[in-house]
Each structure stands twice: as structure tokens, then as C-alpha cells.
Write a protein of this length. Structure first.
Length: 463
């Protein structure tokens, strides 16, 4: 398997090269040369595997330049850190299945990919003796998951940008209480979109990128998307087995299009009829909702909400889906993204909207609806949702039909205790690990939303 850029201006890369490249040199995103379609025999085989075995088998479709034993060792080490043997268990709650993605070290779905990616980085760096500096932006959960994936690891420094005072207190604590020498938390005076724009522009400075050996850990890194595909397969097989069916729907709370894009690829691999639709759920930062329903991908103002990880207007992974939507045409993709960069908007005609709606249904949730969903879902089922998962559940309720729906639980409710307690009407009991965070020393730098200031900081701290 070789890898190409959505914009067509990159030599084909191997998987190992892709891991360290992050953003393609032409400004595009890196994707596999082809997405395999699985045979009924392959699907049957995958359905019988443990989570770790499933990960190995899925990864083998996309990795052909690493020995299987080496890959297996990285997978096994990555998921030993999870609090449950199943890694991402599927539980029934009322009318829906909940795919619990929060059993890793930082209690959020990003751990599934970033524990793997951290161990993969370390393995490949030790092989070559190289050093890297990881640069990433976070709207809340990616940062801590990335930090926990590489803290203390040799030959790596990590720089995480997050919007100052625009993530939850627990999310900030999970980053800032990691005081390892190779970890640098940068609180940016701006929005997540500001952080993301700084990261992208730094990666576009190819001389700076190469000089400081920068690599990405955001979902622009292909390995992140690949690792997230596994839990869609896992949930599909578990629910089909329990329900005696072959079709299910996923409801995915998303702001950056990375998590749901992993689901889109799994849908292609299984055959679209097995996952008839993906429900794309957003909060009031609804650029993706408007894209699916009205063909309107236009920039709005970021509104701070109680589901802060989704407070995003420019979705990092949108370009990957756009590439497939435009018939895998890199020139059309490049032109569209250049138009978006200059006009801050893309408009799609009715024919294109109908094609988009063959893949997705979309709904959005206001703050009042998020609070109400947490409250009523608890009253109905006894299950406590975090505010992001509640967005997905609200959308699932709107589109409920005879096909089983799996709602992705992207974070543990304890990461948002103020919001969840307010919705429930009683104080949420925090796990001991999270309570301890409030007592630990913190290490972070507050910087303006300035590319030059971030570059200066990297220059002084890079390995």
C-alpha cells in the first residue's frame, strides 16, 4: 500500500514515511492509494477476532513495510493501558447501543489512536536513531491523549496548542499536570481554529518543518484515522451478533470530521449496504451540519459551548472526504480547497447534496438540548452521557428507525463535571484518578495567537 496526497502534488510514500510526514508537502492530506473492499469471507474472519487481533488484521490492509510481529507487539503494548479487556466495549442503553471509547489513560476516544501512535513513533525512532518534534492543536481531548502517548519517550518532544480558557478544567488539567521534560503545553489566546491554523501554516513552511523534524499527531496524521477505524469494525460485529442483523447505523459527534471519516472508510470497506448511513452530529458550531443538509460549507464564528471539543468551524479532515466526493480527482480537490481558503466558503449543488446524503444524515444540538438529553437519557436508562456523546444521542433519537443505532461515547462524563452535574441536578462523582489532578503542579505557557511566537518557542525547546 502506497500513500498519496488529496491534492496530487506528492510522490507516493510508504506507511512509515506517511507516519512522520503529517500534512502533505503540497498542503493536502495523505490518504491510502486505494481503499480495499472486503469479501464476505474476510468479513466473517474479522468478526471472530479479539480487539487486538482485529486491529492487527485491519492494519495489515494499510501497512506492508513493517513485520507482523513488530506490529503486533506495538498493538498489544498500546491497549494494555486500557481499563477494560475489550478496549472499546459496546453496551445497551435504552433504544441504543453505546460504544464506550473512554477507557484509555485520558478518558477520551483519542487514546485509542494515540496510545498506538505514541508507541509506533518510539519504535520507528529507535530503529533509525532519529529525533522528532510533534506539533499539534487540540480542542480538548487530542492534547492530553497525545501527551500521554509520548510522555517520557526517547527522541521526542511534543508541543500542544490549545485555546486558553476554552477547554474544560479537567481537559486542561490532564495536559498541564504532565510535567515531563519532553512535554510543552501552549495555551493560545484565541479559538481552536486559531490553534489549528497556526499548526497548518507552520507545517506549510517546509524549511522550518524539515529543520525541526516536525510531525503531526492531530487527525491529519493518517495513522490516527487508521487506528480509529478498528472500533467501527468492532462495534459492527458485536451489535450484528447480538441483534442477528447485518445492517447498523453509527451516530458520531464530530467537529473535525476525523472520527466520522474513519467510519466512512469502514463503510466503504464493508460495503455501503451494511452501514446504510452515518449520522453526523454537531453542536451549534454547525458547518458540517450545514454541509450535509444544505451543501453550505461556509466559515462562521466559533461559538464557545458546553461541548468544547466540537467548537470548530474548519474541519481538519473535511478535505479527505471532499477528495472522494469529487471522484478522487486531486486537481478538483486542490481547486476547491484553494477557493475555500480565499472565499471562506464552498457551495454544492442539489445533485452533489444528494450524493453527500447517500453517506450522511446530520443533526445539531443547542446547549439546552444537550443538557436536556443528558437528563432525560439518565432518567430513561440510568446511563450518564458526557456533553459530546449527548449530541450524538440527540441526533440518534431524531433519526431512529428499525436498524440498530450505535452512538459513539467519545469521553467519560467526569471530564465535564460542571456541565454534567448541572444537567443531572446532582453532583457527579469523579473517579479518584481525576480527583487527584486538582492537587498536582502544572506546567504551561500562555502565548498570543501568533505563528512567529509559536515558532520561537519551538526553536528554543525542540529536540
Amino acid at each position: 500500500m502506497k500513500y498519496i496526497s488529496t491534492r496530487g502534488g506528492m510522490e507516493k510514500l510508504s506507511f512509515k514515511q506517511t507516519v512522520f510526514e503529517g500534512l502533505a508537502p503540497d498542503g493536502g492530506l495523505i490518504i491510502p492509494e486505494k481503499v480495499p473492499t472486503l469479501s464476505p469471507e474476510e468479513i466473517k474472519h474479522l468478526s471472530s477476532l479479539s480487539y487486538q487481533e482485529l486491529a492487527l488484521n485491519v492494519f495489515r490492509y494499510f501497512i506492508d513495510d513493517m513485520p507482523e510481529e513488530e506490529l503486533k507487539e506495538i498493538i498489544d503494548r498500546s491497549y494494555q493501558t486500557f481499563r477494560t479487556k475489550e478496549v472499546t466495549p459496546v453496551v445497551k442503553a435504552g433504544d441504543f447501543y453505546i460504544l464506550e471509547l473512554f477507557h484509555g489513560p485520558t478518558w477520551a476516544f483519542k487514546d485509542v489512536a494515540l496510545q498506538f501512535l505514541g508507541n509506533l513513533f518510539e519504535k520507528l525512532l529507535l530503529e533509525t536513531g532519529k529525533k522528532i518534534n510533534i506539533l499539534g492543536a487540540t480542542s480538548g481531548d487530542t492534547g492530553s491523549a497525545a501527551i500521554y502517548g509520548v510522555r517520557g519517550k526517547k527522541n521526542i518532544a511534543i508541543f500542544i496548542l490549545y485555546p486558553y480558557k476554552r477547554v474544560s478544567e479537567v481537559q486542561a488539567l490532564m495536559m498541564n499536570t504532565v510535567t515531563d521534560e519532553n512535554v510543552f503545553n501552549l495555551a493560545i489566546e484565541g479559538t481552536f481554529d486559531d490553534c489549528q491554523a497556526i499548526v497548518k501554516k507552520i507545517f506549510m513552511d517546509l524549511e522550518f518543518k524539515r529543520k525541526y523534524r516536525l510531525t503531526a499527531i492531530n487527525s491529519i496524521n493518517w495513522a490516527r484515522v487508521m487506528a480509529q477505524m478498528v472500533y467501527y469494525f468492532w462495534a459492527y460485529f458485536r451489535v450484528c451478533e447480538k441483534e442477528g442483523v447485518e445492517k447498523i447505523i453509527f451516530s458520531v459527534p464530530t467537529g473535525n470530521f476525523g472520527d466520522i471519516f474513519a467510519g466512512y472508510l469502514v463503510r466503504r470497506m464493508l460495503g455501503n449496504e451494511r452501514i446504510p448511513k452515518l449520522i453526523l452530529a454537531t453542536n451549534e458550531n454547525d458547518i458540517l451540519y450545514r454541509f450535509v443538509n444544505f451543501g453550505d460549507y461556509s466559515l462562521g464564528t466559533v461559538k464557545p459551548t458546553i461541548s468544547p471539543s466540537m467548537d470548530i468551524q474548519v474541519a481538519s479532515n473535511f478535505e479527505r472526504y471532499l477528495y472522494y466526493l469529487l471522484g478522487e480527482d486531486p486537481e478538483k480537490t486542490k481547486q476547491a480547497m484553494e477557493r475555500f481558503a480565499s472565499e471562506k466558503a464552498l457551495r454544492f449543488d442539489q445533485e452533489m447534496i444528494e450524493r453527500i446524503q447517500q453517506d450522511f444524515m446530520s443533526d445539531r444540538a443547542t446547549e439546552e438540548e444537550i443538557l436536556s438529553t443528558i437528563k432525560t437519557f439518565y432518567q430513561e436508562t440510568g446511563y450518564i452521557l458526557d456533553p459530546h456523546t449527548a449530541v450524538g444521542v440527540k441526533a440518534a433519537k431524531r433519526f431512529k428507525e428499525d436498524i440498530p443505532i450505535v452512538c459513539l461515547a467519545t469521553a467519560h462524563p467526569a471530564k465535564f463535571p460542571e456541565t454534567v452535574s448541572k444537567a443531572l441536578g446532582f453532583e457527579l462523582d469523579l473517579p479518584l484518578e481525576i480527583k487527584k489532578l486538582y492537587q498536582l503542579p502544572q506546567k504551561y505557557e500562555v502565548l498570543p495567537a501568533s505563528i512567529s511566537k509559536v515558532k520561537e518557542f519551538i526553536e528554543t525547546k525542540a529536540v
